[in-house]
Design a protein around this ligand. Structure first.
Ligand code: ADP
Ligand code: MG
Length: 252
């Protein structure tokens, strides 16, 4: 089932300095439960695409549909480079913050949040504060906080780029496993081609600004296991080379 669809979407930013066309004639769709990565040159319009999916900005023309209806802000959850945890709230209170803000805190939603903490090894840390956790663990808390809102689609905007390389590899595995076992649809924006290949079912390669779809790769590396193991597969380096070359073309 199609959960997200972009149909001929254009987005131009208008400011006193002039017009900036950020997205041009963009069309693609995402199936329920798919893990999609979007890669493209810096400044090409990736974050803009996520803002359109979240309903924070509206297309200049074209349509963005979630479950066949026009987007509003209720369908998505965000995960950023910074975990945005509040240092003065313990882990449980951080995880429940979104529910409180949206006035959706009740016995059911709280139980759901508690279960997520239990399922993903954070229950014993519920009374700890963010500074007592490692960077990788903090990102897991940030993900659980987003999942506690039960969004249809998870938007991940370069969420691992602040982590050191070793942690990053582990957090990729961690986040991927949680998203897959919760059967969520996820859209990851990243600079890192290896990260995209290791985590995704599909990769959308964008042109330089204004972003349009340059190519789409459907991947099937599931049999190799978790993202870290997928990096060892023979297909991995072939796909890497292809995408690398495509992105290089736009650097010229
Ligand atoms: P990416 O995430 O791929 O680096 P963005 O989507 O953030 O790119 O930005 C795409 C282009 O649109 C950039 O040239 C950026 O400067 C411009 N842009 C982004 N947001 C705004 C805004 N609010 N007003 C004007 N221009 C913007
Ligand atoms: Mg960006």
């Amino acid at each position: 089932m199609k959960v997200l669809e972009f149909k001929n979407v254009n987005l131009t930013y208008f400011s006193s300095l002039g017009e900036t066309p950020a997205i041009k004639n963009l069309s693609f769709s995402v199936e329920d439960g798919e893990f999609i990565s979007i890669v493209g040159p810096s400044g090409c319009g990736k974050t803009t695409i996520l803002s359109l999916i979240s309903g924070l900005i509206k297309p200049t023309s074209g349509t963005v549909l979630i479950n066949n209806t026009e987007v509003d802000t209720s369908h998505t959850g965000y995960m950023f480079q910074k975990d945005h945890l509040f240092e003065w709230r313990n882990i449980l209170k951080n995880v429940c913050l979104g529910l409180e803000i949206q006035k959706r805190s009740n016995a059911n939603t709280k139980e759901y949040a508690n279960n997520l903490l239990k399922k993903y090894g954070l229950w014993d840390f519920r009374n700890k504060y963010p500074h007592e956790l490692s960077g990788g663990m903090r990102q897991r808390v940030a993900l659980i906080r987003t999942l506690a809102m039960n969004p249809k689609i998870l938007l991940l905007d370069e969420p691992f780029s602040a982590l050191d390389y070793q942690t990053r590899l582990n957090v990729c595995d961690d986040v991927h496993q949680i998203i897959k076992s919760e059967k969520k649809t996820a859209i990851l924006v990243t600079h890192d081609i290896s990260e995209a290949i290791s985590m995704s079912d599909k990769i959308i390669v964008l042109s330089k600004r204004p972003a349009t779809v340059k190519s789409v790769y459907s991947l099937d590396l599931k049999d190799y296991g978790a993202p870290l193991q997928r990096r060892e597969s023979p297909d991995f380096s072939k796909i890497f080379d292809k995408i690398w070359k495509e992105l290089q073309e736009d650097e010229k």
